[in-house]
Design a protein around this ligand. Structure first.
Ligand code: SAH
Ligand code: SF4
Length: 360
């Protein structure tokens, strides 16, 4: 049975029409599903009984299974979630979402959402990439991550998830259609209700997807840059062979930004690979003319990886070069490293060493 939370507003309109109900029922049904987070058709008390029965005969509502919550000493929480196809048996896919308290007194709560169960792009510094490809997540599985996160923080002193980043496992722009549906529901005031300014999508540089997203959805864009020459980037991120730096930077220059808007450049610093002062100077040149902020993420090691994190001194030196060139460059201290919730440390599927792309 199809999960009702896989339907967009337009698709629900088709369902309502096919069942011979009045058009105004669409808004009611949509509101129950996404704004009110209904977990059963029976919760929808203002829908006529007959309509509810007809819905129940044809569709279901299924939440993700909350398998485990781990809390880090820094307040970061990692949610291990079982997907719909895992129901009733071992071997189902699992994903992870991370809740990161940020800002003063942790007033901002950022949820890091996964968009695929693995990643086909194979970046060599990333656990998800090294664990291999997975499948695309559906609309309901992405909405389900927000619902799971909301369910565990509600009641905790009125806190709520304030920001959402698509930066967990997977490459969002390779699951474009479903991710766009999710962004639609996420940023709809009548849906999950996040303003587009509170939502960020992170990509490894899938150029056609960047071009399309710019026209489709005014969310913030983050790009995992990680290198300043094609030679190094080819080695770290095989996607660079398909969309080399020249194409990527051209797409970023064209990306529509609101006044005072910017693109976030993520740069994982790997000892002896991309962390030299010369890299920082090339980065300054590469970014010329692009309104951006730079997040420097010292590499998070994982079992089996051959790379190392640079020492604090070279991180500071790298950052200093960017700051002197008047860029905002922030070193993202890894959150949740003690529970393996930091960037690149998310676990993958059941029974595997697993992987995970994201983190903050
Ligand atoms: N596929 C998308 C989003 C998920 S990856 C993308 O690549 O942007 C999210 C972030 O985690 C990326 O910026 C990536 O560079 C970073 N990352 C992956 N592995 C890491 C590791 N081992 N240490 C630090 N950051 C890592
Ligand atoms: Fe995929 Fe992003 Fe990890 Fe690269 S960094 S393998 S694109 S999840």
């Amino acid at each position: 049975m199809k999960n009702l939370k896989n339907f967009t507003h337009d698709e629900l309109a088709g369902v309502v029409k096919a069942l011979g109900e009045k058009p105004y029922r669409v808004a009611q049904l949509y509101g129950w599903l996404f704004a009110k987070g209904a977990q059963s058709v029976d919760d929808m008390t203002d829908l006529p009984g007959e309509f509810r029965e007809a819905l129940k005969e044809r569709f279901c509502i299924r939440a993700l299974e909350l398998i485990e919550i781990r809390t880090s000493s820094d307040g970061t929480m990692k949610l291990l979630l079982g997907l719909e196809d895992g129901e009733g048996g071992e071997g189902g896919e699992r994903i992870e979402s991370v809740i990161i308290p940020e800002g003063e007194e942790g007033r901002r709560l950022t949820l890091c959402v996964s968009t695929q169960t693995g990643c086909a792009l194979g970046c060599v510094f990333c656990m998800t990439g090294t664990a291999g490809p997975g499948r695309d997540l559906t609309l309901s599985e992405m909405v389900g991550q927000v619902e799971a996160a909301r369910s565990i923080i509600v009641g905790d002193g009125g806190e709520r998830i304030t920001n959402v980043v698509l930066m967990g496992m997977g490459e969002p722009l390779l699951n474009y259609d479903e991710v766009l549906k999710f962004l639609g529901v996420l940023t709809d005031p009548k849906g999950l209700g996040y303003s587009p300014g509170k939502v960020t999508l992170s990509t490894a540089g899938v150029v056609p997807g960047i071009e399309k997203l710019g026209g489709d959805m005014p969310v913030n864009l983050a790009v995992s840059l990680n290198a300043t020459t094609d030679e190094v980037r080819d080695r770290l991120m095989p996607i660079n062979k398909k969309y080399p730096l020249k194409l990527l930077m051209a797409a970023l220059r064209e990306y529509p930004l609101k006044r005072r808007g910017h693109i976030t450049m993520e740069y994982v610093l790997i000892k002896g690979v991309n962390d030299a002062p010369a890299d920082a100077r090339r980065l300054v040149n590469l970014l010329h003319g692009i309104p951006c902020k730079i997040n420097l993420i010292p590499f998070n090691p994982f079992p089996g990886s051959e790379y190392e994190r640079p020492d604090d001194k070279s991180v500071k030196e790298f950052q200093g070069i960017l700051v002197r060139a008047r860029y905002t460059a922030v070193v993202r201290t890894s959150r949740g490293a003690d529970i393996e919730a930091a960037c690149g440390q998310l676990r993958g599927r059941r029974g595997e060493r697993g992987g995970g792309g994201g983190g903050n």
